[in-house]
Design a protein around this ligand. Structure first.
Ligand SMILES: *Cc1c(COP(=O)(O)O)cnc(C)c1O
Length: 224
């Protein structure tokens, strides 16, 4: 199978999972994670109508982006170092990995200087895994309240990764907890739209549990 067939397959599986959950597949955005792909493969995926792509390493992304179609919306999904914040702000439309106040302050300052707004998701370390990035779930509410007060920064939702497991059902309780956290925060006034959950191994479970941004890499770009 080539990239077009693999994308068709992913879309069909997303649609089936959405229908099972009584959701409209159109409400679910597919972000093609192109970290292992070069510009030619990205263009092949683009030709299938994909317009959202995700990268996790700034240096690689900055080399690829100028070689890709200009109307791609780029998502930054990797760990973000403060000294690279300015370049991420320049190249990317949505940062999925905000997880510290100091970084939020820096992004806010840079956004104000540039006269624009930066859109971010707060990354949550949902299973409280040691050595993983993301906010402890119990600190997320206070974090979003504090960060929302910063000018130029817009917290548009939450992102998380389930702990690695070969069984997608293992992700379900984590995704469900994320959805509950999302609902609690929006009910108490946070203006959030996006719940970024689900990768190649567990995206159908993510759809069933309410995710509206899927980050899918290997299933599209690197089949075994
Ligand atoms: C690589 C990556 C993905 C995509 O993972 P696949 O299993 O290849 O689909 C999603 N999210 C993040 C944060 C990643 O680093």
């Amino acid at each position: 199978m080539g990239i077009p067939e693999r994308i068709q397959e992913v879309r069909a599986r997303v649609a089936r999972a959405a229908l099972r959950a009584g959701r409209d597949p159109e409400d679910i955005r597919l972000v093609a994670v192109s970290k292992t792909a070069g510009p030619a493969e990205i263009r092949r995926a683009y030709a299938q109508g994909l317009r959202h792509f995700g990268e996790n390493r700034l240096q690689d992304a900055m080399e690829k982006i100028p070689l890709c179609p200009p109307d791609i919306t780029w998502h930054f999904i990797g760990h973000l170092q403060a000294n690279k914040a300015k370049r991420v702000l320049e190249g990317f439309s949505l940062i999925h990995s905000l997880d510290r106040y100091r970084l939020a302050e820096r992004l806010s300052r840079l956004a104000v200087e540039a006269g624009r707004e930066v859109a971010v998701l707060a990354q949550v370390n949902i299973a409280a895994e040691a050595g993983k990035h993301g906010l402890p779930p119990e600190e997320t509410r206070g974090f979003i309240r504090d960060v929302s007060a910063l000018p130029g920064l817009r917290v548009m939702g939450l992102m998380a990764m389930a702990p690695y497991s070969p069984d997608p059902e293992d992700s379900r309780p984590h995704f469900r907890a994320m959805r509950a956290l999302f609902d609690t925060l929006t009910a108490s006034g946070a203006q959030m739209e996006y719940l970024s959950l689900g990768m190649s191994g567990d995206f159908e479970v993510a759809v069933e549990e309410g995710s509206n941004i899927l980050r899918i890499g290997s299933l599209i770009f690197s089949p075994e």
